[in-house]
Structure formats: structure tokens, C-alpha cells
Design a protein around this ligand. Structure first.
Ligand code: AMP
Length: 216
């Protein structure tokens, strides 16, 4: 089984598909957004700076994200992982190569979850999240919570992400357009890239992901 790097625009379903990899194949899910939100929750000065960057839809400092990933991968060494939301810049992709060399060159596949801007915005508009990490979409029958506004997993109240608004979305999608082409090219040249159309139902997408993690 290969390690998975999920590269995708906002709301393409990185979290949902990662959750399936965890449940079905025992992967460890590493979400860069969650790692950053943990720093925010610590209440530190750096956390405050990160929060204002995330709320504006901009990218946080490359070197900070690389340090967070290096620490996390060291902590879970030997386990299969699914990386969600990293790398998001070509610099991060180059640095991540070095981290992989440092920690042992593991087998991986880069899955690009392809979704148009309009579809991504539709999903953002309906997204609700829980503090336990589970994500829902009130406009999608497959992804709706069983009880309105309540997490199926832990019973806590669901909330909207503070960066899920029209203004922040526009910036985040722009950031994607600027950064993802070089990242895709970088991994395509290494023969690591697979593109997956995610304007389909969750099971169809997952079945393509499973092919990606098992095929050579
Ligand atoms: P996500 O939960 O993946 O949607 O990420 C939420 C926000 O965290 C993004 O809009 C960025 O502001 C920040 N972020 C997540 N991953 C990265 C990354 N690899 N590099 C820089 N900023 C990131």
C-alpha cells in the first residue's frame, strides 16, 4: 500500500476520502489544516498569526508547514499515511522530497482531486464541521448529518468554518490556480501523479483512489 498525498482545491473532499482510507485501510490521516488549527487552539502568538492568515484564505509560511510535517512524520514513522493539504506550493513539494529522503524514501502516490471552481463553491456553501474533525455537507444527501446540526460521531454541535465564506473562498481558489499547476507538473514528471474527477459520488471516487494506492 502506498502513502497518499492528496492535492486538491478547497472542498474537493480531501477530508471525506481520507476518513475512508483510515477506516478501510488503516491509514493515518495527516491534515495540514488540522495541524495548523491545533497550533491556533494552543492560543500561542504564532497561533494568532496563523488564524488571521487562514481566515483571509491565504497560505501560512512554507517553512512552518514543513516543520509541522517533518515532526508528524517522525512521530508516525513506519505507518501508512494520507497527507491532506500538503504540499500547497512548489517550494513545499521540493522540501517535502528532502523530508522523505531524510526519513527513508517511502512509496507514495499523488492524487489530484479535480473539481471546478463553481462546484467547489457550492460545496463550501453547504459545509459544516465538528471539532472532532468530521465534515458534513447539508446540500448532499450522502454527507448530511443524521440529525440537523449535530455530529453523527460524537453528538457535538456542528459549526461553519470561519474561512468558509465567499471572500476567503475566492482567495483560496486563486491560490490553488497559481500553485497547483507547477505541483502537478513536478509529480507528473516523477510518474507519481494521478488525476481523479471528484464531481461524482463518494464511493466512485474512493474506488479510483483505491486503484491509485494499489497499482504500480
Ligand atoms: P484546509 O483545512 O486544508 O482547507 O486548510 C485551511 C487553511 O490552512 C488554508 O486555506 C491555508 O490558509 C492553511 N493551509 C493548509 N495547508 C497549508 C499548506 N500546505 N501551506 C500553507 N497554508 C496551508
Amino acid at each position: 500500500m502506498k502513502n497518499v498525498i492528496l492535492v486538491a482545491p478547497p472542498a474537493a473532499g480531501k477530508g471525506t476520502q481520507s476518513e475512508l482510507l483510515v477506516k478501510e485501510y488503516g491509514y493515518i490521516h495527516i491534515s495540514m489544516g488540522d495541524l495548523l488549527r491545533e497550533v491556533i487552539a494552543s492560543g500561542s502568538e504564532v497561533g494568532k498569526q496563523i488564524k488571521s492568515i487562514i481566515d483571509e484564505g491565504k497560505l501560512v509560511d512554507d517553512d512552518l508547514t514543513i516543520d509541522l510535517i517533518r515532526d508528524k512524520l517522525k512521530a508516525i514513522k513506519g505507518h501508512h499515511y494520507c497527507l491532506d493539504g500538503f504540499p500547497r506550493t512548489i517550494y513545499q513539494a521540493h522540501e517535502f522530497d528532502k523530508v522523505m529522503d531524510e526519513l527513508g524514501n517511502e512509496d507514495y502516490v499523488v492524487l489530484y482531486l479535480d473539481l471546478s471552481e463553481n462546484k467547489a463553491y457550492e460545496r463550501i456553501a453547504g459545509r459544516l464541521i465538528c471539532s472532532c474533525g468530521k465534515s458534513y455537507n447539508i446540500f448532499n444527501e450522502e454527507l448530511k448529518p443524521k440529525v440537523e446540526g449535530i455530529c453523527d460521531n460524537c453528538g457535538k454541535e456542528l459549526v461553519k468554518r470561519t474561512d468558509d465564506n465567499a471572500e476567503s473562498f475566492k482567495t483560496r481558489y486563486q491560490v490553488v490556480l497559481e500553485n497547483f499547476e507547477p505541483i502537478k507538473e513536478f509529480y507528473a514528471n516523477k510518474g507519481k501523479l494521478k488525476i481523479i474527477d471528484v464531481d461524482r459520488n463518494v464511493d466512485e471516487i474512493f474506488s479510483d483512489i483505491v486503484k491509485g494506492i494499489t497499482n504500480d
